[in-house]
Design a protein around this ligand. Structure first.
Ligand code: HPA
Length: 282
């Protein structure tokens, strides 16, 4: 897979963004307060939304198709906690074979539709002793170990700056807000550096060792491409991780996608309570 190749030769990325946004606007002319990406096992937040309109990704011009089991693969537009949400139930991943430019197309569409705040959620493995399965962690920073970036490719001014700053990828303001809300709710919220790998295999013991040395606290296969694009467009990003499993050198255990899903479902109610309170306060 060459993740540097844009999926639709001959169609500029800016044109894909404009056409997808335009199409969505005709389907639902509302303005949206924020974009939310719901990761593995976390999609049921959409069942708590009202005034919803559900749109399959496959129906949206230029959107890739989501292939992962347990990812519903639909856009849910609707209301929650007094806000109008553009919620992605399931996301696209590089390991599905999509170019990272395609994986992150929805983020550009959100920006084009006027959204300036983005909440990214995901399931990840904890690689520190305190990050046990069931923990929830705020992403404070990341390591892009995917071997590429969605920001590569032909440059167009409407995509944002060519060389985006990454001194504060995850908004300090939103992190402070999330920590305060978690404290109020009595929900423990860790802070973590997230390492993004391409996957889809889970990590070897040597890789976990490496990631620890590099300063990572969690590891997963998403979030970072979306953050890079959002920051290129100067959107404010909040990253929330559901720690679904733990990998520690000397204590490696077999891991499956089913286990990741099971734990995500188990911590789901607590995760959604926190997420809703954050959305309410925004
Ligand atoms: N590694 C990578 N990705 C993941 C993991 C993991 O342990 N858990 C959930 N997504």
């Amino acid at each position: 897979m060459d993740v540097n190749i844009i999926t639709e030769p001959g169609v500029k990325l800016s044109q894909q963004v404009a056409e997808a946004a335009e199409w969505l606007q005709t389907r639902d002319p509302r303005t949206f307060d924020l974009g939310v990406v719901l990761g593995t096992g976390l999609g049921s937040l959409v069942d708590e939304m009202t005034d919803t309109q559900r749109i399959s990704y496959g129906d949206i011009p230029h959107f890739p198709h989501s292939t992962v089991k347990f990812h519903a693969g639909q856009l849910v537009l609707g209301r929650l906690e007094g806000k109008t949400l553009f919620a992605m139930q399931g996301r696209f991943h590089g390991y599905e074979g999509h170019a990272l430019q395609a994986v992150t197309l929805p983020i550009r569409v959100m920006h084009r539709l006027g959204m300036r705040t983005l909440i990214l959620t995901n399931a990840a493995g904890g690689i520190r002793p305190q990050l046990t399965p069931g923990s929830i962690a705020l992403i404070t920073d990341h390591l892009n170990l995917m071997g590429s970036s969605p920001l590569t490719g032909p440059y167009e001014e409407t995509l944002g700056t060519r060389f985006p700053d990454m001194s504060e990828p995850y908004s300090r303001r939103l992190r402070a807000l999330a920590l305060r809300i978690a404290l109020d709710l009595g929900i423990p919220l860790h802070e973590s550096v997230y390492a993004a790998v391409i996957g889809p295999s889970y990590e070897t013991e040597a890789e976990i060792n490496m990631l620890q040395v590099l300063g990572a606290d969690t590891v997963g296969m998403s979030v970072v491409p979306e953050t890079l694009v959002a920051r290129q467009l100067d959107m404010e990003v909040l990253g929330l991780t559901a720690v679904t499993d733990q990998a520690l050198p000397g204590a490696m255990r077999p891991l499956s996608h089913e286990e990741v899903n099971r734990m995500a479902a188990e911590l789901g109610p607590r995760f959604r309570r926190l997420l809703r309170a954050i959305i309410k306060t925004l």
